[in-house]
Design a protein around this ligand. Sequence first.
Ligand SMILES: [Zn+2]
Length: 273
Amino acid sequence: MRPIKTILGLVLIVAAALGATPPKSMRMYVFDCATLKDRDPATYGLTRQQVESVDMSDPCFLIVHPRGTLLWETGLNDAVYNRPEGGGAKHDKIDKSLKSQLAAVGYQPKDITYLAISHLHGDHSGNANDYAGSTWIAQKADRDYMFSEGLPANIHPDEYAALKNAKTKLITGDYDVFGDGSVMLIFTPGHTPGHQSLLVKLPKTGPVILTGDLYHFPGERTFHTMPDGEKSKQTPASREKLETLVKQTGAQLWIQHDTIGNRKLKKSPAYYE
Ligand SMILES: [Zn+2]
């Protein structure tokens, strides 16, 4: 048995080493970071007939660039949701931890150069503590909110507490992650004070915009609806900004929580180039 184990060990080490070696051109991996069950379309101004599924996908993305790696989102918290019965009132569920999905393509948390999340909510920041060794690129408005007093009960500061002392690049507005225009954080506040989206210009796939929670269901884009509480905030202006960017760049717009759209995406270990 021992030689087989040794060979397997060597294969894993080689795979890990290969994965962590920067490729010559960009690639993007899509991970499944949870399923959010049975969400109410009315919360987003939609009827049941205007949505195809009431479940939501909750993906995370790894962008591998010759100059480093960017992890976009960290999903729901493993300790709470990565169990057969799921977690929370709705039994939201993780099938595989983000860490294990990263490891399967050769990346450990220490290999993540930059961490960015669209916003502080638990389905995006759940495993953020695992990546506190990375440089966190944070919108100042969300970071200020994350570490403020009296947060609502549905926010879980313990799940991102380690970011407080992480090496942090504090930004206000759009930001060019690798300095060559290929990966841009796009400031789209409204859902939270410092909400952001991500534009990734892939060499073969072309430009893709990851919306964070600027939209949840595709119906919001078709029927121009949004949560009541966001109408008077910056969400309308942020949507206009992003839709203009879609027109200018010809980007595909991926609504992260759209489970129907998510089903069609190539999942890791496959990747987009
Ligand atoms: Zn969300």
